[in-house]
Write a protein that binds this ligand. Structure first.
Ligand code: APR
Length: 170
């Protein structure tokens, strides 16, 4: 799977699926969750209401409604509590469960935000290193490409630095 690091607003991407850093209610919120619900329109909230709550680390898929993306995959990331409550494993599960759902729908491209590194406080460098290792070990034929959509310049710099470190280790 190709891994791309880019900077931008995930709601504008025309990937087959974009990923939402949701909360467990799936009923919207701030950050990227709020942006995706605003851009997708009110049908998304209705659809999420029917799906119901989603545990941290799991993922649920909905249509993209008014977005360019055909699908939205909602995954609640872990709130950072210092690293001793399984936060790393839960964040890894967000990405792996999302990739499995995307592959199941035949998605060739999927775009992730930096899950849990905003309001949920997961350290950015730690998350980026974990995510890049997780994505680079994905062995399935689909998706063919995973884009990491960084909203800020700082986030993009973190990912590019961690990608360089990982490349040196491989
Ligand atoms: N496109 C891409 N990335 C974005 C966008 C956007 N339009 N808006 C924000 N981001 C980035 C943030 O800069 C951050 O890097 O998404 C990343 C995740 O931050 P949050 O949205 O705060 O998500 P998270 O830390 O996982 O916290 C989730 O916040 O919005 C609520 O309902 C959500 O309760 C949940 C919690």
């Amino acid at each position: 799977m190709i891994i791309e690091i880019l900077r931008g607003d995930i709601t504008s991407l025309d990937a087959d699926a974009i990923v939402n850093a949701a909360n467990c209610t799936l009923l919207g919120g701030g950050g990227v969750d709020g942006a995706i619900h605003r851009a997708a329109g009110p049908e998304l909230l209705e659809c999420c209401r029917r799906i119901g709550p989603c545990p941290t680390g799991e993922a649920r898929i909905t249509p993209g409604f008014r977005l360019k993306a055909k699908w939205i995959i909602h995954t609640p990331g872990p709130v950072w509590h210092g690293g001793s409550r399984g936060e790393d494993d839960l964040l890894r599960s967000c990405y792996l469960n999302t990739l499995a759902l995307a592959a199941g729908k035949g998605c060739r491209t999927v775009a992730f935000p930096c899950i849990s590194t905003g309001v949920y406080g997961f350290p950015k460098e730690r998350a980026a290193a974990l995510v890049l290792r997780c994505l680079s070990s994905w062995a399935g034929p689909l998706p063919e490409k995973a884009s990491i959509c960084c909203f800020s310049e700082a986030d993009e710099a973190v990912y590019r630095r961690q990608a360089e470190i990982l490349e040196k280790k491989l």
